[in-house]
Design a protein around this ligand. Structure first.
Ligand SMILES: [Zn+2]
Length: 316
């Protein structure tokens, strides 16, 4: 029903054309999606399409993809899927550039951007490409743009790695500081802080941290996107039940997504597979969590839509 984490544009090179990607959503039965740009772009003179293939090449947030998405969206104006444009240009290490950026979007595309992110607080996979984590000082200086998001009820999806296999909680303090400073913002934590760099964390420990933060911060939501979560965690023996039980305890606090990146070397079969893999966790959920997560109720609430997800019929 919902793909809340979908990158319509690649890191560099050609994208899957907008209409073709909408066709993927129609074909697979996804009726609601967020149009993410990409929080890190390769330079215009680079031939690379994936940053991991070109260490040393700097990647930086950019407005290019957001503009391309907005123009494509305006031209096509699809009714189904229902698409929510997202501001992905925000450079959290240079927060002073963000309010003027939002002002530019307001001028060019008034009222059209309904989401923010995915933006990078700390993403270790990008370290070889000159990305550094945002600092405490940076986080403090987010205040002006976080106020804009708050005033408009716009959620922000933040990629913030918990840590890595050597130091699993190395960066936890950055997300904690963000939540402490901005308790009223609708913050969506991308991938629950998990990543390829953190492949061996004890699920009980991870769930305990998520539980503590969800309890302390009522506006925090978890993003379940990216097949890495299934491949490295949910698919391990006994682990799916633990996460399903956790989500059943917090049925209103998570949203689903593929994290598909629409570079032209991919086709429908890749989208279909990523959707299938990232949806497996849904089958383990109880009815309430299934309705709120898989059928979209949480996503609708975050977007401020009046829409109601269908009720789940009791099994015979
Ligand atoms: Zn993503």
């Amino acid at each position: 029903m919902v793909d809340s984490h979908l990158h319509f544009r690649p890191f560099g090179g050609r994208p899957v054309p907008f209409e073709e990607l909408n066709g993927y959503l129609n074909k697979s039965g996804v009726h609601h999606a967020s149009i993410y740009g990409i929080g890190q772009m390769l330079p215009v003179d680079s031939d690379c399409t994936y940053y991991l293939n070109c260490p040393g090449t700097p990647v930086v947030p950019s407005m290019k993809n957001d503009f391309a998405n907005a123009v494509n969206y305006m031209e096509a104006k699809p009714k189904d899927p229902d698409l929510a444009l997202s501001m992905t240009f925000m450079d959290l290490n240079h927060p002073e550039t963000i309010p003027p950026g939002i002002a530019l979007y307001d001028k060019e595309f008034p009222g059209m951007f309904r989401w923010a992110g995915e933006v990078n607080l700390v993403k270790q996979a990008l370290f070889p490409n000159h990305h550094t984590s945002a600092t405490s000082e940076n986080i403090k200086n987010w205040a002006p743009f976080m106020k804009v998001l708050r005033d408009r009820g716009i959620p922000i999806t933040i990629h913030s790695d918990l840590g890595n296999d050597k130091e699993p909680l190395k960066y936890l303090h950055l997300m904690e500081e963000t939540l402490r400073r901005y308790p009223q913002n609708k913050i969506v934590w991308a991938h629950m802080g998990l990543s390829k760099e953190l492949s061996t964390m004890d699920p009980d420990e991870h769930i305990a941290i998520m539980t503590r933060l969800l309890d302390a911060h009522p506006e925090l939501n978890l993003d379940l996107s990216w097949r890495v979560l299934e491949d490295q965690y949910f698919s391990k023996p006994g682990v799916r039940q633990k996460y399903a039980a956790f989500l059943d305890r917090y049925p209103t606090r998570a949203i689903p997504g593929t994290d598909f990146v629409a570079s032209r070397d991919k086709d429908y079969s890749v989208y279909e597979q990523e959707l299938e893999v990232t949806s497996r966790i849904n089958k383990a959920l109880g009815d309430k969590a299934f309705r709120h997560i898989a059928l979209g109720q949480n996503y609708f609430r975050l977007l401020g839509l009046k829409k109601e997800a269908p009720e789940v019929c009791g099994a015979e």
